[in-house]
Design a protein around this ligand. Structure first.
Ligand SMILES: C[S@@+](CC[C@H](N)C(=O)[O-])C[C@H]1O[C@@H](n2cnc3c(N)ncnc32)[C@H](O)[C@@H]1O
Length: 440
């Protein structure tokens, strides 16, 4: 989490509760209990994590009514996640895969211990102290054991731990069933920042890489983040996430990481042997960042028969090659989705199944709703509303032009009564002079 705002907040007390005012927002400490996963639903094979009994927030008091009053952990309490935490000589404590993990596979679901406003780096140190004190003693000890990269001249240890480990989350309040933002909630948080930072005891042991193999997805309804694999991860491999914009150049990434986390990134994407390779990598990342503005779009192609059938598929396959080259699988979702849908529009069932299956695996954790839609289409590809649309359009246009040309030809045909000249064949749709305009 990063922020440049360094206003110190003035503390005040109201009804025995500490309050800090900033930009006309009143921040208070608020705790939400986390109930254990219902025992009856636990099974010995499911993934599990030790869960904390509560999560403490430093939050705008107007947002409290939008938060859940209590949360039931989405996971049972027996730990069996596919990772271990280990120490390295040069990169501190890291997360390592203890088993092979497939693409899209779940690595961990975890509740944060604390949540703080994203805008408030430099918050009055008392705010952090009150927040830490609000936790039970065990959680406070564990939290104080987290890595702190900030020099003591810059801030206290409590703030340093938040700044080193805080993961950006968006408290955007969505309906748990539909995943949609509720209008009445939107009214309440209008004009208020919902960007907060969460500190997790395990997830925050994951180091950064500019070619990460994992990503996490926050869910406000369950106050938890799910860490999942962006590509297959081998047992023993380090599990890495991103702390910076990985589409930026190597120099920009390194500067940002140094400024905010005090390390010089030596990941395989940064540790390149020649300037030529750095330039190639920077340019690939820039291309990927701009790809969807500079290349044919699925949306236009899917409505336009004048474009070649494989325009989008070929362009997206090129993007996937660059993604592979840069190990940026976090960017592949939209390309895989649109390749699958392009095959659906072409009515190519075999290819559709290959790409749709990849999509289901890829997004089952980060977007279960989308995974469900693709699973439904995999069951019955023809249920996709534009299934084989291009084929159908062609067939119906061909028969339209066929019938038109028959009428035209019939009118202009020479008399074919026996003894006269032989009947000419009606011109085929593909040779009709009008058809090239449509490029059928
Ligand atoms: C959120 S913590 C990650 C866990 C941390 N390694 C620990 O020991 O708990 C962030 C800190 O980890 C270290 N770190 C993260 N990624 C790194 C990397 N790729 N290379 C070297 N150090 C890294 C930096 O010191 C950074 O400030």
């Amino acid at each position: 989490m990063s922020s440049s705002n360094s206003h110190h907040l003035a503390p005040s007390t109201s009804a025995g509760k500490h309050k800090w005012t900033h930009n006309e927002q009143n921040f208070v400490v608020h705790k939400i209990p986390i109930r254990p996963y219902p025992d009856g639903l636990a099974d010995s094979t499911s993934y599990a994590s030790r869960v904390h009994s509560e999560c403490a927030f430093l939050i705008d008091e107007d947002l409290i009514p939008l938060l859940p009053t209590t949360v039931v952990s989405p996971v049972p309490s027996q730990p069996s996640w596919p990772f271990v935490v280990g120490d390295t000589p040069d990169r501190g404590t890291v997360m390592l895969a203890s088993h092979d993990i497939p693409e899209g596979g779940l690595i961990l679901i975890e509740h944060p211990v604390i949540i703080t406003p994203g805008i408030l780096h430099g918050l009055h140190s008392e705010g952090y102290e009150v927040l830490y004190e609000a936790l039970g003693p065990d959680a406070t000890v564990e939290l104080l054991d987290m890595y702190n990269c900030m020099p003591s001249e810059e801030c206290g240890i409590e703030e340093g731990i938040v700044r080193t480990n805080g993961t950006a989350i968006d408290l955007g309040f969505k309906n748990a069933q539909t995943g949609k933002v509720r209008m009445k909630d939107m009214e309440k948080w209008k004009g208020k920042s919902v960007e907060y930072g969460a500190v997790f005891l395990k997830l925050d042991r994951a180091n950064h890489s500019c070619g990460p193999n994992a990503a996490h997805k926050w869910d406000t309804a369950t106050l938890s983040s799910s860490l999942y694999a962006l590509r297959p991860i081998k047992k023993g491999e380090e599990i890495n996430i991103i702390y910076t914009d990985v589409a930026a150049s190597r120099e920009e990434r390194r500067a940002h990481l140094y400024q905010n986390y005090r390390f010089t990134c030596q990941c395989p994407s940064c540790d390149l042997p020649s300037l030529e390779q750095v330039t190639r990598s920077d340019s690939a990342r820039k291309d990927l960042r701009e790809w969807r503005q500079t290349h044919p779009t699925f949306w236009k192609w899917s409505r336009d028969l004048c474009r070649d059938d494989y325009t989008v598929i070929n362009s997206h396959l090129e993007a996937l090659e660059l993604i592979e080259q840069e190990s940026l699988q976090g960017m592949q979702g939209i390309f895989i989705e649109e390749i699958a849908l392009s095959y659906a529009i072409l009515g190519d069932e075999e290819q559709f199944r290959i790409w749709a299956k990849r999509m289901v695996d890829l997004v089952s954790i980060c977007d279960p709703q989308q995974a469900g839609e693709f699973a439904k289409w995999l069951d019955n590809p023809k249920s996709y509303k534009q299934w084989a649309w291009r084929k159908k359009q062609r067939t119906c246009r061909s028969s339209f032009w066929l019938s038109i040309s028959r009428v035209v030809n019939a009118r202009s045909l020479p008399d074919t009564t026996p003894g006269r000249k032989a009947r000419q064949q009606p011109s085929s749709p593909s040779t009709s002079p009008l058809l090239p305009l449509l490029q059928l």
